[in-house]
Design a protein around this ligand. Sequence first.
Ligand code: IVH
Length: 672
Amino acid sequence: MMLSSVETRMSFLRSEIERHNRLYYLHDAPEITDAEYDVLFRELLELEERHPDLAIPDSPTRRVGAPPLEKFFQVPHGIPMLSLENAMTDGEIVEFDERVKRFLGIPLEGEIEYICEPKMDGLAVELVYRDGILTRGSTRGDGFVGEDVTLNLKTIKTVPLRLSTPEPPRLVEVRGEVFLPLKAFQRLNAEREEEGEPPFANPRNAAAGSLRQLDSRITARRPLSIFCYGPGRVEGFEFRDQQGFLAAVSGWGLPVNPQIRKVSGVDGVLGYYREMAEKRDTLDYEIDGVVVKIDSFALQRELGEKSRSPRWAIAFKFPPRQAVTVVEEIVPQVGRTGVITPVANLRPVEVSGVMVSRATLHNWDELEKKDIRVGDTVLVERAGDVIPAVVRVLTDKRTGVEKAVPIPASCPECGSETVRFPGEVAVRCLGLSCPAQIRESIIHFASRNAMDIEGMGVRYVEQLLRLGLVKDVADLYSLTRDDFMRFERMGDKLAENLLNAIEQSKRRELSRFIFALGIRHVGEHTAKLLAEAFGSIRDLEKAGEEELLTIREIGPEVARSVTTFFGNQRNLEVISRLLAAGVCPLAEEKRLGGRFTGKTFVFTGALRRFTRDEAARLIEREGGHAAGSVSRKTDYVVAGTEAGSKLDKARALGVTIIDEDEFAGMLEGGST
Ligand code: IVH
């Protein structure tokens, strides 16, 4: 039997959409933008509406999201987590409003009360609070069954482990959107590029990648946030409307977006939309539209749901921030750790109000995969990044003169041969005296979050190097006024300021100093952990891998990198010269205030609620320590079922013995 062209198209759309779902949800690596996905999705929806006989029950339009990953435990949602229908134009909002009124039998001139919320571009989760205690957290998954990411959600600092109310509901399921603030996203991607790991395509993928980590230590290092926006099952409490819900959960300590507002009628909605479109660039998180919800829960219930979305809400999407331009040049750029990345210089173009003339291409794999050539016409997108990205090449615009740029075989700055380590996407220059690396490492050392030498930016560092006045960071501290006076356009006052700034930088916190050294894998956060744990640079220098591994959140990769760094004679010399020049890093106070600070726990027997690793991580997160054997120093022994000799020893030594539930209670806020 011949398939009709409509049937062929529908089958093509179904498999394309499924493929993009997998790329997006399972691999966190979308090939097309949301706007492009929406076009495919809408076309399939329309065809199914026009040809209901050709619609199949397992079409991607019938499901809400993607299948959950197998590696997490699956959790069914008490009430399915639905999706939203999209509106692109004012007209579609007017239609939505009319549809609602007709359904409810409200006269068309009446005005409905709506709650307008920013549409967060992150990933949806559900938090389950039983008697006020966070007992479970899960992703949306396919809308019916999600993934159990409880431990990871507990690492989000703004997620309360216990609701702050004396009389919490018996059960309340709160839904919200987890996201990564833009600044954190940019920092994370910069780090990943330096480490030769593929960067995340956008903040949402970064948030998803961070939350769906089997190792919650990794999640803990990503400053994820959450805004709560809706209820699931509720027992022992009644919310009357969306406004009441938001006020209640906010009162219980759950984060709610402060931009949310109640408005009347279509005009109110359109006004809010315009306002948010203007604010969009000033927010520290990505939003891709606004969500419009009918305030009253009674009306929501009356309207009910269609198969995958409610009738009482709609997503009013912003136009995509994309534009078309031409790649004029692709240049290799050498970073502080020698990673060479391609950067595209573009014919300047305006993307929703911002002039764009450069785009990161992240790495050579991506350049190759997207097949971007000099002279190509490309689609660029500003997605929560200062530097925009090339989405794809418009290949039908090719004329044949476009030139592919090969991976550089040698460093563009020092000529050393480049290398690529197995398993890494990064191309590196290993030249020890590569001027680009030296320049970038000095700029890093002086930068705001490191030693904060005010005024010591690219321009001056370049001149210092050109004049041969510095060869490494320690040389900065022997510079004199005369040295600076050799600069172009330098005056007494400016020279004085620079000298002062250098002098002041001698007394920075130890964590800044450690970060400033530019040890691989040691970002600001890790530097803080190391500073807290060791208290002085000399003690850190002496630390072995084993000792480093006892520190909460420090894994083998970081430990090895730290010992390698301090195992290098040249690095030790530079540090000695820094200290001799008067640099005196200040030890910071140990982080106190964790629930288990200074306490040692030992586990024995089988646990039901946690794996040993999970329990150990939770203890460390609260500043405590999980040990393998019982001694006089042990504060608590947590006894599971069939506990053995450790329990006997604990009894003999008089150590406090608790069961798993008591332990869980302590974690959730009981006393120690
Ligand atoms: S309400 C049935 N509110 O958008 C109600 N969703 O396509 C559905 N989203 O899966 C959700 N911000 O991930 C709602 N303020 C907000 C939202 C929001 C972002 C996401 C959410 C949901 C998707 C719907």
